[in-house]
Design a protein around this ligand. Structure first.
Ligand code: ZN
Ligand code: ZN
Length: 466
């Protein structure tokens, strides 16, 4: 068996690992590389293998850095099965066309500039229709239901607790060339134990080889209880000031997590009813998908969904769909919470809400997720006094707050804890999905804990033979 790390090695995005065994080529994830535009365009424009020769793809979860280049792969001739959990498939059905639309708009914007400079036009890697077409290749497989996907290769998904439908990928391999039998575990992205909505990451036994994420190696998250108190304080503050709380949030997971927490606090009477708006068409659709997959949620959340009628639909909550409704939010009187995408304030309706609210010192902007360097969200988080929003300059007068405990990723200690619950010899462990410093910190800590196995940080395009 051979493994080649074709993406998310030395970085957190573009997850893609190629497994070659028994004359079969299996691709784990097919993520989009996200970063500076020129580098992203270069890395996403081609594949380090022939798409036509890939036999099947196995997806860990729906995030674009794990799935976003699938439409491109299919357009370039991949016609095999794409294995995913049912919830991952449903989330992909809204996220892939949305990402394709963003990609097409990006290229159109670039072309307008290139035309001015007499440069040749660029064509998008794929279009919305390619994203819709690739959905036809999905084959869904629930957690804990083993399935043979290639000669001598059996796939099992187990819960990763990271986003709805997220999975750790187990491959039981009977290598005909070496006559060796082994179990490979690909962690995907690992969630946090004790999450309100999702189950804890499931343990796995008898593992020989591990491909493990390392996003937060060496980092610790704020305690959930502290951040809840922090959130209550912020909401009471805007109620007192009769002002606005603007929250840029990722449409999938982060928004639902926020709604669940707000609903819980609401039921505990931690603050009086406050008008709350979710203004992101993608988030509204994603929330519907959460309702369809109650069986994948933590039993207490599933129960709450029925007992409390709907923890994603509490008193005072309005899901905004049309552009007119969205514009109408400018005229809402009194205190209000507006949750809108994107989480890094790069695109989407959040930009209009920031334009309208960033100049008022009574308002609060709350960041609940990771913002990549140089994005508008990053600038606001880092105290820039003036920012450009959709072509105009604005003075930042609103108060800026951040809450990092809503992270969907395990922190350093939680990663170690996950690893300790992986059974078996764990002969070789390859760390992926981390900036080099993060992966190194995790490697050192794991090496102390696991002296009988070999821990290494995977390098981009490194091939290992097992
Ligand atoms: Zn993820
Ligand atoms: Zn990821």
């Amino acid at each position: 068996m051979k493994i080649t790390f074709c993406g998310a090695a030395g970085t957190t995005t573009g997850s893609k690992h190629l497994i070659e065994v028994n004359q079969t080529r299996i691709l784990l994830d097919c993520g989009l590389y996200q970063g500076r535009r020129a580098e992203a365009m270069e890395r996403n424009s081609d594949f380090p293998f022939d798409p036509e020769k890939i036999d099947c793809v196995v997806l860990s979860h729906a995030h674009i850095d794990h799935t976003g280049n699938l439409p491109h792969l299919c357009k370039r001739g991949f016609d095999g099965n794409i294995y995913a959990t049912p919830a991952t498939r449903d989330l992909c059905s809204i996220m892939l066309p949305d990402a394709a639309h963003i990609h097409e708009s990006d290229i159109a914007w670039l072309n307008r500039h290139r035309k001015r400079d007499d440069l040749p036009e660029l064509t998008p890697n794929y279009r919305r229709v390619d994203a819709e077409n690739c959905l036809k290749q999905f084959v869904t497989l629930s957690y804990q239901r083993p399935m043979v996907i290639a000669p001598g290769v059996r796939l099992t998904f187990i819960d990763a607790g990271h986003v709805l439908g997220s999975a750790q990928v187990i491959l039981d391999i009977d290598d005909q060339a070496t006559q060796k039998q082994s179990r490979l575990l690909f962690s995907g992205d690992i969630g946090r134990p004790g999450n309100d909505i999702l189950n804890d990451p499931a343990p796995c036994d008898k593992v020989d080889y591990v491909i493990m994420e390392s996003t937060y190696g060496g980092r610790k998250h704020e305690l959930a209880t502290d951040s809840t108190e922090h959130l209550v304080k912020i909401i009471r503050e805007i109620q007192q000031r009769r002002a606005r709380l603007i929250i840029p949030a990722f449409a999938v997971e982060r928004t639902q997590q926020l709604l669940f927490t707000l609903d819980k606090l609401h039921h505990e009477n931690r603050f009086s009813s406050v008008a709350t708006f979710v203004d992101s068409p993608l988030a509204v659709k994603a929330t519907e998908i959460f309702r369809l997959h109650v069986d994948d949620l933590r039993p207490t959340a599933a129960q709450a969904l029925f007992m409390r009628n709907d923890p994603f639909g509490f008193d005072g909550l309005k899901l905004i769909r049309t552009v007119d409704e969205s514009k109408g939010l400018n005229f809402v009187k009194g205190p209000a919470i507006i949750i809108s995408a994107s989480g890094m304030a790069e695109s989407g309706r959040i930009l209009h809400h920031l334009r309208n609210n960033v100049g008022n010192s009574n308002n609060i902007l709350l960041f609940v997720g990771y913002c990549a360097e140089n994005t508008l969200g990053w600038k606001l988080r880092n105290g820039f006094t003036h920012v450009n929003i959709l072509g105009d300059e604005f003075e930042v007068k609103a108060e800026i707050e951040t809450l990092d405990s809503f992270s969907g990723h395990a922190d350093h200690d939680e990663l170690l804890d996950w690893f300790s619950r992986v059974g078996g010899e764990k002969k070789r462990v390859f760390l992926v999905h981390g900036e080099p410093e993060r992966s190194d910190k995790l490697r050192d800590a794991l090496a102390e804990q696991h002296t009988t196995g070999h821990i290494e940080v995977a390098q981009l395009m490194q091939t290992v033979e097992l």
